[in-house]
Design a protein around this ligand. Structure first.
Ligand SMILES: [Zn+2]
Ligand SMILES: [Zn+2]
Ligand SMILES: [Zn+2]
Length: 277
C-alpha cells in the first residue's frame, strides 16, 4: 500500500493565513509550508478533502480525478471543503481517471456537502458523486477495501476515525482526536486482527500539555495510545507510527520534530511524504 501525506498542518495551516507570530513569520520567509489534512492511499482512496486539495494536485501531481473513495473524518473546514466538488465533471473536468466518486461521511458532513454545492452543482456532476452516510462503529467495504469506523474525541458531531484494510494490511487513522475513547479501544480489541502496518496520530500539541478531555493529542498522549494498542497486540515494533496535523502554536520546527522522532520513535510527516507498507 502506498500512502502519501499531502497535507500535514492543523486547520489554520503553516504559515497560518492571518498570523504574524514569530513561527509563522519565519515559516513564511523560508517557504516552510504545511497545508491542511489529506492522505492518499494507493492513489484512489483519500482521507479528507481540504481547501488545499487543489494545491496538492498542483504541488505533488496528485490526480484528484483518480480518487474513487473519499473517507471524511468530520465536517471541520480543514478536512472537508465541499465547494470544489461542483467542478468534478461537466466542462470543468475532462478525461477523469475515475468517472464516479463515493464519499463516506457522517450526517453533519452530508449537510455541509449539500449546503456547499446547492448553488452551483450541475446535474451531470451530481450524477458522478454518491454520498453514503456512516456512523461510528460500522464496517463498510468498497472495491477491495474494508473500513471500520470509530468515534473520535473531538469537537464536532459524530467525528470519525478509521481502521482501513487492503490486501491483508491494516492502517489506523487517528487524526483530529484526543485520547482514544474507551468504546473505540474496546471496538478495536474486539476486532483483533493482524498488527497494524501503520498508525497515523494527531500531534497538534506536539510537546505541549494535554488534558484527558482534550480534542487533539500531543506526543505524550500519542505514546499512551500506542502503549494501549501494543497491550492488545495491535501495534508492535514493526508498526510505522506517523505524527501529523501540526499547529503553529506548538512551533513544529525541523529541529523539534527530529527530536520528537528520536525520543518517541515516530515519523514526523511533512507535506508530500510518501511511505510504502
Ligand atoms: Zn483538523
Ligand atoms: Zn502563527
Ligand atoms: Zn477538527
Amino acid at each position: 500500500m502506498r500512502i502519501q501525506y499531502l497535507g500535514t498542518g492543523a486547520a489554520e495551516g503553516i504559515p497560518a493565513a492571518f498570523c504574524n507570530c514569530s513561527f509563522c513569520r519565519k515559516a513564511r520567509s523560508e517557504g516552510e509550508v504545511r497545508t491542511r489534512a489529506q492522505i492518499l492511499l494507493d492513489g484512489e482512496l483519500s482521507i479528507d478533502f481540504p481547501p488545499d486539495a487543489f494545491f496538492h494536485a498542483v504541488k505533488f501531481g496528485a490526480d484528484l480525478s483518480a480518487i474513487r473513495y473519499l473517507l471524511v473524518t468530520h465536517a471541520h473546514m480543514d478536512h472537508f471543503y465541499a465547494h470544489d466538488f461542483v467542478l468534478r465533471g461537466y466542462k470543468y473536468a475532462r478525461d477523469m481517471t475515475a468517472p464516479s466518486l463515493t464519499v463516506y461521511g457522517n450526517a453533519e458532513t452530508h449537510e455541509v456537502f449539500r449546503e456547499s454545492t446547492v448553488r452551483e452543482m450541475k446535474e451531470d456532476v451530481e450524477a458522478g458523486i454518491r454520498f453514503v452516510e456512516v456512523s461510528p462503529f460500522e464496517e463498510i467495504s468498497f472495491g477491495d477495501w474494508r473500513v471500520w469506523t470509530l468515534r473520535a474525541r473531538h469537537s464536532s458531531r459524530d467525528p470519525l476515525l478509521f481502521l482501513i484494510e487492503r490486501g491483508g494490511k491494516r492502517v489506523l487513522h487517528l487524526c483530529d482526536t484526543g485520547a482514544l475513547t474507551q468504546e473505540s479501544e474496546a471496538y478495536l480489541a474486539e476486532l483483533g486482527g493482524p498488527p497494524y502496518k501503520l498508525v497515523t496520530l494527531d500531534c497538534t500539541f506536539l510537546y505541549g500539555k494535554t488534558e484527558p478531555s482534550s480534542r487533539h493529542m500531543g506526543l505524550d498522549e500519542n505514546a499512551r495510545t500506542l502503549e494501549k494498542l501494543a497491550r492488545i497486540g495491535l501495534v508492535n515494533g514493526r508498526t510505522k507510527k506517523v505524527i501529523t496535523h501540526f499547529s503553529h502554536n506548538a512551533s513544529p520546527s525541523r529541529e523539534l520534530l527530529s527530536q520528537a522522532e528520536r525520543e518517541y520513535g515516530v515519523i514526523a510527516a511533512y507535506d508530500g511524504m510518501q511511505l510504502e507498507i
